[in-house]
Design a protein around this ligand. Structure first.
Ligand SMILES: C[S@@+](CC[C@H](N)C(=O)[O-])C[C@H]1O[C@@H](n2cnc3c(N)ncnc32)[C@H](O)[C@@H]1O
Ligand code: SF4
Length: 378
């Protein structure tokens, strides 16, 4: 039974130029009907699978804090009825710095939310405009102080580097400022210019130049060096923590099963990966008619399970234990991947200790190329 429960709130007060997540402008949406539908979807899984083993909840978005307490409360009331929220090992919620009010923080803490993830991206006002964010650096300082004043120490800041025109010096200042806030956890993602986003369209019209690969690699190395030097252990390709790596997110990389609830959410239950519709009207209508909003589901083949074990697990700095995977699936992955592993070790992308393999520093920079070598089905 799944240990993780992800719930998606797709509303945002503005749309960022780079974002390809399932999201909609908050204004004029069917918020109440959406929350009712979320509860219907949860009720289905509660009855058919059960929440007895859920240890972590992650409410993400979109922007969960774009909704008011009144709008969110039916969801929290339902969760409190079916899960012992005070016994969860982690209850995370994503928040945007500009709409995390004191009233919301008080309410969320009363509902046992124990970890807050703030979308900072950069502290540079010009770059914030380039990516279409509406907060200013002071909002981040205010939001962190607010959380800390309520005793919340498990705070994550999301940063993005490799933004068009961003320099190495600007990345250095962003990381420095994030560290100065004394938070527990920092995530740093290289900007992905997703098709169909405003940023992509600007790129197609030659209105902006993307960061070249060499500079991007330098930025990544700078981020890793600065964070490690300041006591943030890199436990995953883009994730760093002092002492509390995200338990929920580690379910994904450890290939554990999880519920994915809400618009565009994906889940993994009983060897089946599924994906929900990204249309809010379909989502609400289908659930109102007593059906599930799943548009795609796929029972993984043995080959796909092994591939996923490898490239999800290799994202973690601890890597994967080949003996454990072999036991888990009754397959000899040492033999299956012998050639690929030896070649990657020779190139300096992988290191090995007994049965455990993990990415080297060089491998971190070439991660996608490494993962490709573990595909069995091509
Ligand atoms: C989808 S957002 C949801 C949370 C919240 N609305 C926010 O913006 O912070 C979660 C995180 O994904 C990351 N992200 C989203 N789109 C990205 C992209 N195209 N490239 C890199 N990181 C991205 C950002 O760091 C963001 O904080
Ligand atoms: S990055 Fe966050 S705030 Fe921006 S559009 Fe995407 S989900 Fe909304």
């Amino acid at each position: 039974m799944p240990k993780g429960l992800y719930i998606h709130i797709p509303f945002c007060d503005h749309i960022c130029t780079y974002c390809d997540f399932p999201k909609l402008l908050t204004k004029g949406q069917r918020h109440e009907a959406y929350i009712e539908s979320l509860i219907r979807e949860l009720q289905h899984y509660e009855k058919e699978v059960g929440f007895d083993e859920v240890q972590t909840i992650y409410i993400g978005g979109g922007t969960p804090t774009a909704l008011s307490i009144e709008q969110l409360s039916p969801l929290f009331d339902y969760l409190a009825q079916v899960i012992h929220l005070d016994q969860l090992v982690e209850f995370s919620l994503e928040a945007n710095p500009e709409n995390l009010t004191e009233e919301k923080v008080r309410y969320l803490i009363s509902q046992h939310v124990s970890r807050f993830s703030l979308g900072v991206q950069t502290f540079d006002e010009t770059l914030l405009k380039t990516i279409g964010r509406k907060h200013c650096p002071q909002d981040v300082h205010r939001a962190v102080s607010l959380l800390q004043s309520y005793g919340i120490t498990n705070i994550n800041l999301d940063l993005i580097y490799s933004i068009p025109t961003q320099t190495l010096e600007q990345v250095r200042r962003d990381v420095e400022e994030a560290i100065s806030l004394g938070v527990e956890h920092i995530s740093a993602y290289s900007l992905i210019v997703e098709e169909h986003t405003p940023l992509y369209l600007a790129y197609m019209k030659d209105q902006l130049t993307l960061t070249d690969n060499e500079l991007e690699a330098q930025m990544y190395q700078l981020v890793m060096d600065m964070l490690e030097k300041n006591g943030y252990h890199q436990y995953e390709i883009s994730n760093f923590s002092k002492a509390a790596p995200s338990i929920h997110n580690q379910w994904y990389w450890r290939n554990e099963t999880y519920f994915g609830i809400g618009l565009g959410a994906h889940g993994y239950i009983d060897g089946i990966r599924y994906q929900n519709t990204r249309s809010i009207n379909t989502y609400i209508d289908v659930l109102t008619n007593g059906k599930l909003p799943v548009i795609e589901s796929h029972a993984l083949t043995m080959e796909e399970r092994l591939e996923e074990e490898m490239f999800l697990g290799l994202r973690l700095s601890e890597g994967v234990d080949l003996a454990v995977i072999s036991d888990k699936y009754g397959q000899n992955v040492e033999v299956l991947y012998q050639v690929a592993i030896n070649q990657l070790i020779e190139k300096g992308y992988l290191m090995r200790e007994d049965h455990r393999i993990s990415l080297t520093r060089q491998g971190l920079l070439m991660a996608n190329d490494v993962f490709e070598q573990f595909l069995l089905s091509i």
